[in-house]
Ligand binder design. Structure first.
Ligand code: DGU
Ligand code: CA
Ligand code: CA
Ligand code: CA
Ligand code: CA
Length: 194
């Protein structure tokens, strides 16, 4: 249609219930009262995606707060974080998360925070200015499979940082610039192209 994109103010986390889709139609979410987008923990998420939810066509403006929390499986299509807050997306419970054609900018530290076992499929992700694109929580030995099919990563420390010996990452069609060390993983055998 002809409706112009707009800013959408929110004062509470948007919950996308199991199996449902939130289509932002290109609008930009501006949170108020959920956090300041700094590195302080305990900020609230902008979105909470329950199992099987889809989030699409949305921009998350500053403050990015604690981004998008995912419980189980989820799909993120054309989601753009204009200024990542504490982190951009957190896997909170076991599941498969697919990100298609997403963009994340200005992440002071982590973009994708993995706090559970999971499969993370990344298709055409563009990230500019970051600490780690993907980080598993602390010393947790999560079972994680990461597949990157298309990505442009510019200005950061790591693409993946993990202490888990049970994480595998496969990648292709990836381009990086100004990234200090692509893979901060226990063993280089955990990383392959495909
Ligand atoms: O270890 O649990 O950074 O989900 C301390 C905390 C920390 C998490 C994580 C997250 O690891 O808060 O943002
Ligand atoms: Ca942090
Ligand atoms: Ca954190
Ligand atoms: Ca930021
Ligand atoms: Ca967080």
């Amino acid at each position: 249609d002809v409706t112009a994109a707009a800013n959408v103010p929110i004062t509470a986390t948007i919950i996308v219930k199991a199996g449902q889709t939130y289509d932002g139609k290109g609008n930009t979410i501006i949170a108020q009262g959920l956090g300041d987008g700094s590195q302080s923990e305990g900020q609230k998420p902008i979105f909470r995606l329950e199992n099987g939810a889809t989030l699409k066509n949305v921009k998350i403006g500053a403050p990015g707060c604690d981004g998008v929390h995912v419980y189980g499986n989820a799909t993120l299509d054309n989601v753009e974080w204009l200024d990542v807050g504490e982190d951009a997306m957190t896997l909170k419970s076991k599941g498969t998360v697919t990100l298609n054609n997403c963009i994340a900018q200005k992440a002071a530290d982590k973009v994708l925070q993995i706090n559970a076992d999971g499969t993370i499929n990344i298709n055409n992700f563009r990230v500019t200015t970051f600490g780690k694109v993907l980080r598993t929580n602390g010393s947790g030995q999560y079972n994680v499979t990461v597949t990157i099919n298309g990505g442009t990563f510019n200005g950061g420390t790591n693409i993946v940082r993990t202490e888990s010996k049970n994480l595998r990452v496969r990648y292709r069609n990836m381009s990086t610039s100004n990234v200090s060390k692509l893979w901060e993983v226990p063993s280089s055998s955990q990383v392959s192209t495909y």
